[in-house]
Every structure is written in structure tokens, then in C-alpha cells.
Design a protein around this ligand. Sequence first.
Ligand SMILES: [Zn+2]
Length: 136
Amino acid sequence: MITNTDKCPSCGHNGLIDKVQEETLTYGGKSMTLHDMHGKFCPECGEGIWDEVSYRRYTEAQEGLVRAIKGDASADIRRIRRKLNLTQAQLALSFGIGKIAFSRYERGESKPPAPVLKLLKLIDRHPDLLKEIQQM
Ligand SMILES: [Zn+2]
């Protein structure tokens, strides 16, 4: 569909085309593909403008990717822990690790081991698993 009222902000071409496409983000050697991204694209210069929702998804994915590369998992850990409604000590106890471990991870003082992060992400997706872990 061509909407003639839309002008390309880059080259001024009249008639941007509505498109749904995949967008692949890359940062620091990692990449991530977003599906069903909606936007308007310029057939002349290739400039694209995402709609509001897609733009937000794009920036969120980009921030997530940057965080992942930088290894800054602290914000993620805090978010998941709060969602689970646990104190740092309670979460540490559930995981069978040192009481102050999560306090150090969340303050960025030490990097959480990969298995701890993976377990936490798993629980984030399946919160019911927390009970099972606590019973182990
Ligand atoms: Zn253009």
C-alpha cells in the first residue's frame, strides 16, 4: 500500500510504503531478530520509520542486547527477584548460595555465574518452578 501523504524524512521522496518485516539487530558480535515489525519505508533511499510499537520494541531489544554484551545483569536480577517477591537472602537460600550473593550481583560488585542467571531467567518465565527449587 502506498500512502502518498507520507514524505521520506531523509530524501523527501513522496510515497512511503507500509511494510511488515523482520529486523535484525547486531551489537558486539551478538544478533537478535525481531519479527512482525511494522513501519513505513522509502523505496528510494531505503529509510525506514517504525510505528510506535515497533519502535519501542526495537529500542528495548537494543537496550537488552547492549546490556547482555556488557554483562550488566544486575538490573535484570533485581527485576526478577522483585517480581518473585523475595528478599536477596531468601532468593540466595532458594538457590543454595551464599546469603550476600544477590546483594553483590545487584550492586554490580560481582558477576553472577552463568548457571545462576540461567536459573533465574527460567524462573522468570516459569515462576511456579520457584516452589520446586525451594523444596530441593
Ligand atoms: Zn527516502
